[in-house]
Write a protein that binds this ligand. Structure first.
Ligand SMILES: [Zn+2]
Length: 430
């Protein structure tokens, strides 16, 4: 028995040693054909990035870097390096399932779906993700598991259950009264929404998500209707901000967009029916727009629309073209934009397909890349830490072939991913 114990203990120590040697090296040097400065759009040729303890300590051009003797060298001579991408709107714990299909998926099962999707998202080049809505606190569990090194995934900022009025977009409206089915984030009235914000923070939410208007993929509501009152929105923002949390507002309808911006939310998600009054309110309050556009293309290209329950399909067919037109107008009006996808409505890992749609609707490729780097970092409150390759930032980077400023779809084919100085993908093979 004692012998067996020694063997088991020996094996355990051996795997601990293996884990220790697999740790990120102290010094890493990445040499690339080019580095894209996402602020200026300039390409720095023959550039070297120095990394120490998972953070960037230096960027130099033309082989000027002095390399520490113990540094691990990574050679990417034909690649363009840029900061790891940021998606400000995902639902990692969900897959594309709609309506009554969703009722059969347990909360524990959703956590495991999250582990799968976190890995796919990281491999696609998204090293930071804001998760805006998950059942119970599955996203908090996922964030903590990633931070503990239990499962691979991006850096996560998570909302926990989104706040919703009774019967609103983020409630469960699929079952009759006798089931008493209510989503965890449902709260009505000033006192109740204040309590819900505090409860979400108690259980680990990094930010607050609120469903300010109706939505598309929910039963019994209208995307154009405002759901929370102005007073409730103001109470949510006041409590969240006092407790150091940003607020993301799901809003399709024009009135709800304006009310949420005037209440001081940090971002409008989707923004489908945004009008000039909403644009003016967002500019006045510095609110970010997080449009989620590629999901419409995916729905059409993959017969996703046909797969939707009829009432949801009818809403999608109306909202998708209207959103294109209105978001293009918002882009032209110069509203601040951060990159988001709503991945979960379509399979995770395709997030970068959003870039081409943003460009089609009027952003330059550089502006679209800025939306997914410096702008999203600002929205998340992580400026200088992510979305940049400046010294002091976490060593989160990606590499692609060619020049993403000339062809933004190259970001759909990310070949190298590093998070915190650790290589998580290298198709260049070295
Ligand atoms: Zn969403």
């Amino acid at each position: 028995m004692q012998r067996l114990f020694r063997v088991v203990l020996g094996t355990a120590l051996c795997s601990l040693a293996l884990a220790a040697t697999a740790q990120t090296p102290r010094h890493v040097v990445v040499h690339a054909g080019r580095i894209l400065d996402v602020k200026s759009g300039k390409l720095l040729p023959d550039a070297t990035l120095e990394i120490e303890d998972g953070k960037i300590v230096g960027v130099t051009g033309a082989g000027k870097a002095s390399i520490p003797a113990d540094a691990v060298r990574i050679e990417l001579p034909n690649a363009t390096l840029l900061p790891g991408l940021i998606d400000a709107h995902t639902h990692l714990t969900m897959d594309p399932r709609f309506g009554y299909e969703t009722l059969a998926i347990s909360v524990p099962r959703q956590s495991l779906t999250g582990a799968k999707n976190a890995r796919l998202t990281l491999l696609a080049g998204f090293t930071t993700v804001r998760n805006v809505g998950a059942a119970d606190f599955t996203d908090v569990a996922l964030r903590d598991a990633i931070n503990a090194g239990d499962v691979p995934g991006p850096r996560l900022l998570v909302s926990g259950p989104p706040l919703s009025i009774t019967g609103g977009h983020c409630d469960n409206n699929m079952l009759p009264f006798e089931y008493h089915a209510t989503e965890a984030g449902v709260a009505d009235g000033i006192a109740a929404v204040e309590h819900k914000v505090r409860e979400n923070i108690k259980y680990g939410s990094d930010l607050i998500k609120v469903c300010a208007t109706g939505g598309v993929l929910s039963l019994g509501d209208n995307p154009q209707h405002s759901q929370y009152s102005r007073e409730e929105l103001e109470a949510i923002v006041a409590d969240a901000h006092r407790l150091g949390r940003k607020v993301a507002a799901h809003a399709h309808g024009a009135e709800g967009i304006r009310w949420a911006a005037e209440a001081g939310v940090d971002s409008i998600e989707h923004g489908s029916y945004i009008d000039d009054a909403g644009i003016a309110a967002m500019k006045q309050h510095g609110t970010y727009l997080v449009p989620t556009l590629y999901l419409g293309d995916w729905m059409i290209e993959n017969a996703g629309l046909a797969h939707l329950p009829p009432p949801l399909r009818a809403k999608a067919q109306e909202v998708i073209p209207a959103a294109r037109k209105n978001i293009a107008h918002a882009f032209a009006s110069g509203v601040k934009v951060a990159f988001g996808t709503d991945a979960a409505v379509y399979p995770h890992g395709l997030n970068a397909h959003e870039f081409a749609v943003m460009v089609k609707l009027g952003l330059t490729p550089l502006e679209a890349i800025q939306a997914a780097t410096v702008n999203a970092a600002d929205l998340l409150g992580w400026s200088g830490k992510v979305g940049t390759l400046d010294p002091g930032a976490w060593a989160d980077l990606i590499a692609v072939d060619g020049d993403p400023i000339k062809d933004v779809t190259t970001l759909e084919r990310v070949k190298f991913v590093m998070k915190g100085g650790e290589v998580v993908r290298n198709d260049y093979g070295k």
